[in-house]
Design a protein around this ligand. Structure first.
Ligand code: HEM
Ligand code: CU
Length: 584
């Protein structure tokens, strides 16, 4: 007997489908931009003028890591809360309210970015409609005010979504006094506590500084302050991107492997560690920023190394669960059990490959985190290499694989093209191996990131292979990724249209081998963990922020672009005076 989410909660399924639809549109747009970048920056095929590269790159970053991932996340979380608590969210208008705000915010953001493609962008709110500020939108790069307003509306939507799920949980708690929070719901709630705490930085930065500055209400901003507030949020957000994948790995992957989750208590510990540690580490993105004392950077580095712990625990728990599943299916031997896993199942294979890539991303993350080695890779193509193994694959591929399992339960339609789905996940995996391998290596030879023209006018001296070979791999990898995206979207579209069919999946998630009753009750005390997280945040950020404001002021100097020629004349005159000769 298949138990379908859509039959039990038709209203909730509709909202999840709507969120997924937005997510998939963003994925299609973002992947197209990614392909353009891969061809442009390797100089293999160009059809846009280079200045437009930054519009493309902003769109790529924002559509993928904001719209694609976060819309999927809210859909997945809405499903997880409803399904695991067995409880409908209490107010339908509230649910559709956050969905509406997030969609409106996204439309505004998208318009402000895409406006940049016009030769003469229309004037909106006193500035040309364009937002070439990349997804790290701190000063001094400045976008049209609409871009920031769109972000604020979007963030408001996510806050409201969290409120919706907390309400649902409180209602459930009232009806089920003393019961342990089911694991998927626990993951949703802890992730949202993390999001509330971590997004405060960027919201303050937007409302107090960047928006007034973009409207020219205040003369300038302290760039280091907006950077620091951005990264206060900027590291936490990477976990916000990855935790939906974790939710799938902990809850769905063991089932798909034919077994059960190894340890529910360990999973709870992992999510609490993220609440505590994911925000007080943001300064590790600022090792190269002048104006922040080395000591603060060192503290951030130490915190970051602690943050490896939850990832390693996850690797252990998830692999142990897969092994358990494989042995249930008759797998034997030290490694022989791996063959007994259901490799023909696209949802399984996609998630397993995503997990494998995540491990590589984790190792390269340790390189980024080291204060001294970071100087080697900072702002090189190594960094997008890292991004694409983490959010670009661990998350994106898990979400796509998860869709193969979840979308049939949300639509009541059978998945179309299982073989194509299998080819799709493998194609993505191959694409990412080519692209990121070449990105990592290019980075080690100093090829910069975020530039349309990385070739300058000299030849890079690459250790092994050649620059041509690295570029070819980036273009090939990018093409495979794009093809995989198109296949995924095609399978999804056909599945949604596949009306008169019955899904083959069963949505039941079996209980963990070591269940919640084995974990201390204090783990479910969300108030306590939130309070400790706030203390850690204050400890990590109070002094650096105070010192930044003391040095540069709340609003800093006027940092409008300064004409270089004038600066040069000044400098020459200054040199002349110093030397005792008058130069005019
Ligand atoms: C079709 C698949 C994709 C291709 C071909 C692709 C290609 C690229 C390339 C070539 C860059 C480097 C641009 C530069 O630094 O000059 C880049 C940057 C980036 N990509 Fe992708 N990518 C793809 C999918 C993804 C996905 C799925 C995600 C996340 C969910 C993602 C997130 C990012 C981010 C965050 C950056 C950095 C943006 C910035 O520096 O502001 N990409 N991508
Ligand atoms: Cu970080």
């Amino acid at each position: 007997m298949t138990r379908l989410f859509v039959d039990e909660y038709p209203g909730q399924a509709r909202l999840v489908r709507a969120a997924f639809l937005n997510s998939f549109i963003a994925l299609g747009l973002g992947a197209t931009f990614g392909l353009v970048q891969a061809f442009h920056r390797t100089d293999i095929y160009r059809f846009l003028p280079s200045p437009d590269y930054y519009t493309v790159l902003t769109g790529h970053g924002v559509f993928l890591v904001i719209s694609f991932v976060i819309f999927f996340l809210v859909g997945l979380f809405h499903w997880a809360i409803t399904d695991s608590l067995g409880q409908r969210p209490t107010r339908a208008w509230l649910s559709w309210g956050w969905y509406g705000l997030m969609s409106l915010g996204t439309l505004i953001i998208a318009a402000s970015i895409l406006g940049g493609f016009f030769e003469e962008p229309p004037e909106v709110l006193g500035a040309p409609l364009s937002a070439d500020v990349l997804f790290t939108f701190y000063a001094p790069l400045q976008a049209n005010p609409l871009f920031y307003l769109g972000l604020i509306v979007f963030f408001a939507g996510t806050w409201l979504a969290g409120a919706d799920w907390f309400r649902t949980w409180l209602t459930w708690k009232g009806d089920n006094p003393g019961k342990r929070i089911p694991l998927p719901a626990f993951m949703v709630l802890t992730t949202m506590i993390m999001w509330y705490l971590g997004s405060i930085g960027v919201i303050v930065s937007l409302i107090a500084f960047i928006v007034p500055w973009s409207f020219e209400v205040i003369p300038g901003v302290n760039p280091l302050l907006t950077r620091t507030l951005f990264w206060f949020f900027g590291h936490m957000v990477v976990y916000f991107w990855v935790l939906p994948a974790y939710l799938l790995w902990y809850n769905v992957l063991p089932t798909l492997s034919g077994g059960r989750l190894f340890s529910d208590p360990l999973a709870r510990v992992v999510f609490i560690l993220f609440v505590l540690l994911s925000t007080p580490v943001g300064i590790h993105h600022q090792y190269m920023d002048p104006g922040i004392a080395e000591g603060f950077k060192f503290v951030a580095m130490t915190n970051t190394m602690f943050l490896l712990l939850p990832s390693l625990l996850t690797a252990f728990t998830v692999v142990a669960s897969m092994e358990h599943g494989a042995r249930q299916r008759g797998g034997e031997g030290t490694f022989g059990w791996i063959r007994a896993l259901p490799w023909r199942e696209p949802a399984f294979t996609g998630m397993a490959l995503a997990g494998a890539v995540f491990a590589f991303g984790g190792f390269t993350g340790i390189v980024n985190a080291g204060m001294n080695i970071n100087y080697l890779v900072h702002n090189t193509l190594w960094i997008p290499g890292h991004i694409h193994t983490q959010v670009g694959t661990a998350t994106a591929l898990s979400l796509m694989a998860g869709s193969y399992w979840l979308v049939p339960q949300l639509t009541g339609n059978r998945l179309v093209g299982r073989r194509i789905a299998l080819i799709q996940v493998v194609t993505w995996f191959l694409g990412i191996v080519f692209m990121t391998n070449a990105m990592y290596r290019s980075g080690l030879f100093g090829v910069p990131r975020r530039t349309a023209e990385p070739q300058y006018s000299f030849e890079y001296d690459v250790g092994i292979g050649s620059m041509g070979e690295l570029n070819a791999q980036i273009a090939l990898g990018g093409t495979l990724l794009f093809v995989a995206t198109v296949l995924f979207l095609g399978v999804m579209l056909l599945t949604v249209l596949n009306r008169d069919s019955e899904p083959l999946v069963d949505g039941t998630i079996p209980p963990a081998l070591s269940g919640p009753e084995d974990s201390p009750r204090i783990l479910d005390n969300l108030k306590l963990w939130a309070a400790i997280a706030i203390v850690l945040l204050v400890l990590a950020y109070a002094l650096p922020l105070a010192s930044i404001i003391q040095q540069g002021g709340l609003h800093g100097q006027d940092i409008r672009p300064y004409p270089v020629v004038l600066a040069l004349v000044d400098a020459v005159q200054h040199a002349g005076t110093t030397l005792g000769v008058a130069i005019y």
